[in-house]
Design a protein around this ligand. Sequence first.
Ligand SMILES: [Cu+2]
Length: 508
Amino acid sequence: MIGLIILGIIALVAIVTVQIGRLTELSAKIRGEEEVQLQINRSSANGLVLFGATFLVACVWSALYYKNYMLGYGPHTSASVHGASLDSLFNWTLFFTGVVFFATQIALFWFAYKYRRTKTSKSVFLDHDNKLELIWTAIPAVVMTFLVVGGLDAWNKVMADVPENGTAVLVPQSDEEYLEIEATGYQFAWDLRYPGEDGRLGTKDFRLINLGNNPLGQDWTDEKNLDDFMPGEIVLPVGRTVRVRITAKDVLHNFYLPHFRVKMDAVPGMPTYFVFTPQVTTEEYRERLKNTPEYNQPDPDSPDKMKWETFEFELACAELCGKGHYSMRRVVKVVEEREYKNWLSKQQSYYKTQVRGTDSDPNLDKVLSYEIKERREEFNQAVEKALTAEVTDDKVIRLNYVTFETGSDKLTDLSKYELENLIEVLGRYPNMKIEVAGHTDSTGEEESNQTLSNNRANAVFNYLVNNGKIDANRLTARGYGQNRPIDTNDTEEGRSKNRRTEFKILTQ
Ligand SMILES: [Cu+2]
């Protein structure tokens, strides 16, 4: 509809112009050609001066009117450490180009007026002038040199990599430490990756990419990958150096953080990076906006909030990468360290939640170092609880990760981690005496189940004595066969709970 109206207007203007042209022709015939031409020249010259003046005033007025929305002005001074030098470079460039702009525009419209054709005017011819040539070559050359050198200085600040002896960590505490994150662009989103507790991003191989549960092609045999997590937004601690690894999977994208004055192409197959230090938190930036009339008014998108309250820093793709380009926007939050740590504690490793235990997990036959740690904590907690229990029946602790080869009393290799935990506890409490108990489900003969459970309890007993150098007097081993189920024997789930090894604290 609006399109039609605009077309209609254009058509009308065209008709009016043509009609005016005809009128002029007609009146020229009546009044004589030359007189009319002079009249037109006069009004054109006046019109041009008026237009020029209005145009320049509008330029200044709009710049002042919109200044609070523009990066680098009003409340939008840079939120990163290096950003101020870029802003000042912009201002210098604006100053020089501004001077030239006003000078040339004023000259253009003034000349059009001054040298309009009159009855007495004569053309003036200027000869070649070496002095003039020299002046208008030398001045721009000097100004350009000044701007380029300033630009290089700013560029070197932005592109300086982190110092070689710096350390990548998840929660940087000093200037020597930095946080390294990664952004992978694709049509139309960013996969963001944080390094997890070890502070290091794990290695990738494009051949491992699997859109189901490995979108980045992380190599799960690299321990550094196991704790990496992929959040939907960027959260950064204020005042700490951040290095961003930037890459893309399909076409060119561009990682642009306007408020921090950093911007870098994301190129498929060619990793790029930049380093910056956010120095203003989202909250502080909102406070700045609060004092600006433009932002201190209701936000049309969220009814009961003001514009400054809903402000967020953002990540935008600054490359026209396709139809859904706009949807690559992501929120960036800069927060105090405490809040950052709080956010970190809610993030979950991609590997642990999406890959561990699935068919695409290459570590199925291993207990991973983080699991060893988690299991030790779980075990120690169970022991603490049992030690404080009042009833002997509650002093039973199940050895969840002690397993045997099917139908045999041979301990699996992976059982040793749990047994090491038990040995450690027996070492810590030298007076503790325990009973190791074996249980089976009700599948098969009762008698053979009894034997199997005896043998399994003995296998644990022997491991503790031989490998843990635990005094045999502190241990008893007993098989209970299928007589003490803790769940139904009718389902596989129940049976797997009934097949178990546990120990009871007899003396502590
Ligand atoms: Cu893009």
